[in-house]
Design a protein around this ligand. Structure first.
Ligand SMILES: Cc1ncc(COP(=O)(O)O)c(C=O)c1O
Length: 455
């Protein structure tokens, strides 16, 4: 074999392994020196090319130190999973294949793995057998795609073909969201022409779950956007009860389950998910709680025909029992073969392994909540999943504590505002986080709190 591929790939492998072997020990958020190293990339467009080893060396020297250590075990910001080792390796193979699974003709392997991963996802998330599945960049686009299927279905029933005629002059769809709707659902609604402001907002309970009894009157032109997993509190809307009301009226129910949908695997949360299989469309991520590399979102619907009608690039040809080319089930035509890593994650963990990873993260969140209370924090949410929202002192003291923890390099979590109160948010989403990591992080928080507020 020629050196063309061997040399750069071997160099990349060596750098990546070196990175991954130390990432749990590097400062979780890069310090000033590491960030200053990024200036090296501020070059003019080179008139001529340079050697592969030089390019890869620069990535490693200047890029690696300024990464956020989400692949370590003490990153608790936003809702960011790590990547399981086998999924990183599978991703390398998939990159070497460079497949676009737009259709079987384009990539038999890419489409097969996506189909099998889709079947396994249906099973593990306990969704009906005929659920249609598409893989997108993330939950933002999975929400967009599910809502596009909803838009098609609701307007078609009203005698309007939105794909052909657009929204000009169309019957108005009433969109219902909760007061706690995620910003990316609002973005998806705006991209679909529904408008962020033209929505009815339903109040929530103290933990941020929609109050089903506060739903407005629903009809066959209503789209209800629910959520499984509030980005702050982890709260799960009463989706089964909402579906019952919506279905009686002929409305469509969408679930944004970017991370929280995985809570369905836990016996302790079984009650919260009763009836979720009745939802018309759902969105989740693999790159969050399934711990696959970026990027991978998943849209699911029990109306695959409507999804196809919204996404088809050819004359629609959907027939039950026949698979449809992925390009006609999601917005993207060309894209990476995301099913490879989803398949690898599910194949390596199995049902029991995924369940135990999700359960472990939730246990760690409980430990965080108890530990934070013990050092004087007020925990503001009911810790139902992997999210903890807590506060202490004045807003300035809280910000100083967070900054001191960040500077310590020990762990990282973000600021948030919960029910009007400035807070910190801890999200435990990585397969790699251990009991020791939680203890070490709590010690760092306690030290920062003592430094700012005294013992
Ligand atoms: C509840 C919720 N919905 C949607 C999203 C958007 O997901 P993505 O970043 O994968 O597009 C997030 C991201 O944190 C989320 O927490």
């Amino acid at each position: 074999m020629s050196d063309e591929f061997t040399r750069p790939l071997q160099a990349a492998q060596a750098y990546a392994i070196e990175y991954l072997e130390q990432v749990a020990d590097q400062p979780v958020y890069p310090g000033e020196e590491a960030l200053a190293g990024l200036e090296a990339f501020e070059e003019p467009l080179p008139p001529h090319g340079s050697a592969d080893h030089e390019i890869l060396g620069m990535l490693h020297r200047n890029g690696s130190p300024a990464t956020v250590a989400t692949m370590g075990s003490r990153y608790f910001g936003f809702v960011v999973g790590g990547s399981l080792p086998v999924t990183v390796a599978a991703n390398w193979i998939a990159t070497a294949w460079d497949q676009s699974p737009s259709s079987f003709m384009n990539s038999p392997t890419g489409v097969k793995l996506e189909e099998v991963a889709g079947r396994w996802l249906r099973e593990i998330l306990q969704l009906p057998d005929h659920t249609g599945i598409g893989m997108t960049t993330g939950a933002t686009m999975a929400n967009f795609t599910g809502l596009a299927a909803a838009r098609h279905a609701l307007l078609e029933r009203a005698g309007w073909n939105v794909e052909e005629q657009g929204l000009y002059g169309a019957p108005e769809v009433k969109v219902v969201v909760s007061e706690e709707v995620h910003v990316t659902v609002e973005k998806a609604l705006s991209m679909l022409g529904f408008g962020k402001k033209r929505v009815t907002r339903v109040p929530t309970d103290a933990n941020g779950a929609m109050l089903a009894e506060e739903l407005p009157e629903l009809d066959a032109l209503t789209l209800v956007c629910t959520q499984a997993g509030n980005v702050n509190s982890g709260a799960i809307d009463p989706i089964g009860a909402i579906c019952d009301k919506a279905q009686a009226a002929g409305a469509w129910v969408h679930v944004d389950g970017a991370f929280g949908l995985w809570g369905r695997l836990l016996a302790r949360r079984a009650d919260d998910f009763i009836g979720i299989e009745k939802a018309d469309s759902l969105a989740t991520d693999a790159h969050k709680w399934l711990n696959t590399p970026y990027d991978c979102g998943i849209v699911m619907t029990r109306h695959p025909h409507d999804l196809h009608m919204a996404m088809a690039t050819v004359a629609p040809y959907f027939k039950a029992e026949e698979s449809v080319a992925p390009k006609d089930m999601v917005p993207e035509f060309s894209r990476r073969a995301r099913g490879v890593e989803v398949w690898a994650a599910l194949r390596s963990l199995g049902h029991a392994g995924v369940k135990s990873m999700i359960g472990r993260c939730c246990d760690h969140a409980q430990t965080f909540a108890e530990g934070l209370r013990a050092i004087g924090f007020e925990v503001l949410n009911d810790v139902v999943l992997n999210q903890v929202v807590a506060t202490i002192g004045t807003p300035d003291e809280l910000a100083d504590i967070r900054a001191l923890v960040e500077a310590s390099g020990e762990c990282w979590f973000g600021p948030t505002v919960w029910k009007g109160r400035p807070a910190i948010r801890i999200s435990v989403s990585s397969w790699r986080t251990s009991d020791e990591d939680v203890e070490r992080s709590l010690s760092a928080i306690a030290a920062a709190k003592n430094a700012i507020m005294g013992d």
